[in-house]
Each structure stands twice: as structure tokens, then as C-alpha cells.
Design a protein around this ligand. Structure first.
Ligand code: CTP
Ligand code: MG
Length: 416
């Protein structure tokens, strides 16, 4: 019985607290879990954070006065999930005990009790990360009890009622406890039964399991998984959420896109020979409506290709007198502006000039640095190669020059 299908998982999300330490905000008459954090209630955010496919049902202890508001939240944000509300209790532990009765009575159990996992996660921790939940689930599957937390950073003191420090526990052994905490059903039931019989109280579930003697494995969580307790926690949580959203946006919206361009111009006498913005002294030059800089034209097509922007002929028709003899660098500038508009940033360009004539070696460094300057790229991201075609074809017969360009761009918010 090791496969994941041999296990069933449900979650208890205690949400029946009074939120007393939230004072100021509570004066608005709202339960702290119904306060909004970046446009969504703390409660809904916590529920969404727990919305993993392996969790089959949620059990939510609430106070009866607030059940309607919580239900509305779920209809808005998680309408498809099975959520069972139950009566909250005086203390958190009472609320969990009440939820456990509902979990026990759940009619969709298919596996034996030892393969039932219960995730307990405070509705006041909306920032919990999926990885921590999954780690805790894995650990609980192997040893029955897992508790997410982080090593404390501050030195902790025990202080007496008179304010006098009574002890300084060694910091290296101290962890701050969070939720989720995950237990197999028999382990959790044993803990709550013992607590009831021996009237043990605790502020977290692991503490009750510890009393039964069953080892609880600590699982490293994240310092960001804060519990919203006092008004100070709200701006902190909002900032952490904002940071996470920005990181997500960057990751999800950054795409790498490749583009390729190809162009040919005929070599004729009586024209200038301009390649990559560099004029090469020669008795023949390139024929064309513009200055016929075949390298820049191929480069423009590669850039347009990368942003799905059509081709050079569409953008700058050779029937338009405005482009007669125009310096192709001006056309490139307009295409680069289009890239910026689309949120695209160039990564590199690789150019192959196919020419029997002229010999390109002496001009390659000048072409490279001119192109790099035009593109605002470091030299290392611009490569210029040249090849002959061994006398074959039109380039071999020196009738024209062909250029191929491949480019890579990074696109953010790739609009159409
Ligand atoms: N909780 C609960 N039932 C209680 C007390 C608390 O279900 N009788 C829940 C809270 O809603 C919260 C979690 O347990 O999601 C952790 O509790 P805490 O952060 O202390 O919240 P409150 O008890 O609401 O706040 P306070 O202690 O400031 O009154
Ligand atoms: Mg409390």
C-alpha cells in the first residue's frame, strides 16, 4: 500500500477565531479572515493556497454568525470544491475537535484509516507555498506526523510573570511552528482522544501528538508563511504577495522567441556597397530602392520574425518614394522601436553573409561593432560570419550578395 492512490487526503481549515489581536481592523466589524489582502479576503487566499488536487475535501470550523460570509467567498473563488462547514469552538483546539467529528463521519472514505491523511492549516496563513504542503504530505505518509516550521532567527528567552528572564534555550534547537501540520487519522485521533481524557490543551496540533509519544517530524517551511495576527501583519503580507506576483509575472510572461531573416541584392556598377551600415570601397555596389544594405534588411526581417511582425516589404514598401535611397539604419531604428513597444528585448544576433565578392575579413570587425551599436548589444552578442559558395550559384558568380540572420528575443507581455 504505497501508491499515492492508496491514500486519501482531506484538510481542516480552522476559521472560527475572533481575531482579537487584529483590534483596529476589527472595529470595521469584520472578522480578520474577511479582511482583504491585495483584493481578496485572507480566508479565500488561504483556501486557494490549499487547493491541491490531492486534497479531496475541506472541513472548515466557523462561528455560525460568519458561515454565510465564508460560503459567499467560496462561491466566488472556489465554487467547484467540496467544503463542509462545521461549528467552531471556544478555542482553536475545540474547533479542530469539532471538525474531526465531521471528518470521521465523511462518507467518501475509500481507504483504511491508516491511509487517511488530515492536513490542518490555519485560515490565517494565506501565504503558504505549495511545496511546503507537498513536503509535509510526503513526510506524513512515511512517518504519520509532519509539522511545518522554520528555525528561529532571534534568540528566545523564557520570561517570568515579573518580567525577569528565567531561561535562554539554545537557539540552534528552536523552531517557530507554522501550519500546515499533517497527520494520519489514527495518529491525530489518538492525540485528540488523549487531550480530551487528560484535559490537555495546546496551541497547535503537533503538541497534542507529541503528548501521545508519536514522533512528529519537523518540515522546513518558509519565513514568508506568516500568520496574520496583528494589524502590522497586513502590510507585511501585502508586500510579500506583491513580490510573489511580480516574480510570477516575470516567469510566466517572459518568452524566448527566435526570428530568422534572409535577403538578396544584386551587385551592379554605379552603386555604393553598404553592409551592416559600413561602406565598403568597391567598383560595384548593391542595387535596390533603398541603400540596399542587404545585411540590415535580413536583420530587420529576423527581428520582425521574432515578434510576429510581418516582413520588411510590408512595413516599408519599395513602391513608396519615402524610402528611395533611404539609409537602412533608419528603417532598423523604426523596427527596434516596434520591439520595445512589444516589450521585446534582444538577446543575440547571428549573421551569415554569403558572398564571393568582396572579401569580408577586413571589414568584419567594423560591421560587427556598427551592428552592435545599432542594436545596443554588447559585441559578444553579435556574431558576423562570412562564407563563399565555392564559386557556385549567383553569389559564386559575384552577381549578388545574400545574408541570413538568426536572432533571439525575450518577450514580456507578448501582445498581438
Ligand atoms: N481559530 C478557530 N477557532 C478558535 C480560535 C481560532 O478556528 N476558537 C482559528 C483562527 O480562525 C485562525 C487559526 O485558528 O485561522 C489561528 O488562530 P489565531 O491566529 O489565533 O486567530 P484568532 O484566534 O482569530 O485571533 P486572536 O487569537 O487574535 O483572537
Ligand atoms: Mg487565537
Amino acid at each position: 500500500m504505497d501508491g499515492l492512490n492508496d491514500w486519501q487526503v482531506v484538510a481542516i481549515i480552522p476559521a472560527a477565531g475572533a481575531g482579537r489581536r487584529m483590534q483596529g481592523e476589527s472595529k470595521q466589524g469584520k472578522q480578520k479572515l474577511l479582511l482583504e489582502l491585495a483584493g481578496e479576503t485572507i480566508f479565500l487566499r488561504s483556501m486557494k493556497a490549499l487547493n491541491l488536487p490531492e486534497i479531496e475535501a475541506f472541513f472548515v470550523p466557523v462561528s455560525s454568525a460568519e458561515e454565510g460570509a465564508f460560503r459567499q467567498e467560496l462561491e466566488k473563488g472556489l465554487p467547484e470544491r467540496e467544503v463542509l462547514f462545521c461549528a467552531g469552538g471556544q478555542e482553536r483546539q475545540d474547533s479542530i475537535a469539532s471538525a474531526l467529528s465531521a471528518v470521521k463521519a465523511w462518507t467518501s472514505w475509500r481507504v483504511p484509516e491508516a491511509q487517511r491523511l488530515v492536513v490542518i492549516h490555519d485560515a490565517a496563513r494565506p501565504l503558504v507555498e505549495t511545496e511546503a504542503i507537498r513536503r509535509a504530505l510526503d513526510v506524513a505518509r512515511s512517518c504519520g506526523a509532519a509539522c511545518v516550521g522554520v528555525p528561529v532567527k532571534d534568540t528566545i528567552k523564557e520570561v517570568g510573570a515579573d518580567g525577569i528572564i528565567t531561561a535562554t534555550p539554545e537557539r540552534s534547537r528552536l523552531w517557530a511552528v507554522q501550519t500546515p501540520q499533517v497527520f494520519t487519522w489514527p495518529v491525530l485521533m489518538a492525540a485528540y482522544t488523549l487531550a480530551r481524557v487528560e484535559k490537555i490543551t495546546a496551541t497547535d496540533d503537533a503538541a497534542l501528538v507529541e503528548k501521545t509519544g508519536h514522533p512528529v517530524q519537523m518540515v522546513c517551511g518558509s519565513y514568508r508563511n506568516i500568520k496574520i495576527t496583528t494589524p502590522d501583519d497586513l502590510p507585511m503580507a501585502a508586500a510579500l504577495l506583491q513580490e510573489r506576483e511580480t516574480a510570477k509575472e516575470l516567469l510566466s510572461e517572459t518568452k524566448l522567441r527566435v526570428g530568422q531573416g534572409f535577403d538578396v541584392h544584386r551587385l551592379v556598377s554605379g552603386r555604393r556597397l553598404v553592409l551592416g551600415g559600413v561602406e565598403i570601397p568597391a567598383p560595384v555596389g548593391l542595387e535596390g530602392h533603398s541603400d540596399a544594405d542587404v545585411l540590415i534588411h535580413a536583420l530587420i526581417d529576423a527581428l520582425l520574425g521574432a515578434i510576429g511582425g510581418g516582413d520588411i516589404g510590408e512595413l516599408f514598401p519599395d513602391t513608396d518614394p519615402a524610402y528611395k535611397n533611404i539609409d537602412s539604419r533608419r528603417l532598423l531604428e523604426r523596427v527596434l522601436a516596434k520591439l520595445t513597444q512589444k516589450g521585446a528585448r534582444l538577446v543575440n544576433v547571428d549573421v551569415t553573409v554569403i558572398a564571393q565578392y568582396p572579401k569580408l575579413a577586413p571589414y568584419r570587425p567594423a560591421i560587427r561593432s556598427t551592428v552592435a551599436t545599432l542594436l545596443d548589444l554588447p559585441l559578444t552578442d553579435v556574431n558576423i560570419k562570412a562564407t563563399t559558395t565555392e564559386g557556385l550559384g549567383f553569389t559564386g558568380r559575384k552577381e549578388g550578395i545574400a545574408v541570413q540572420v538568426v536572432t533571439l528575443v525575450k518577450v514580456r507581455s507578448c501582445g498581438g
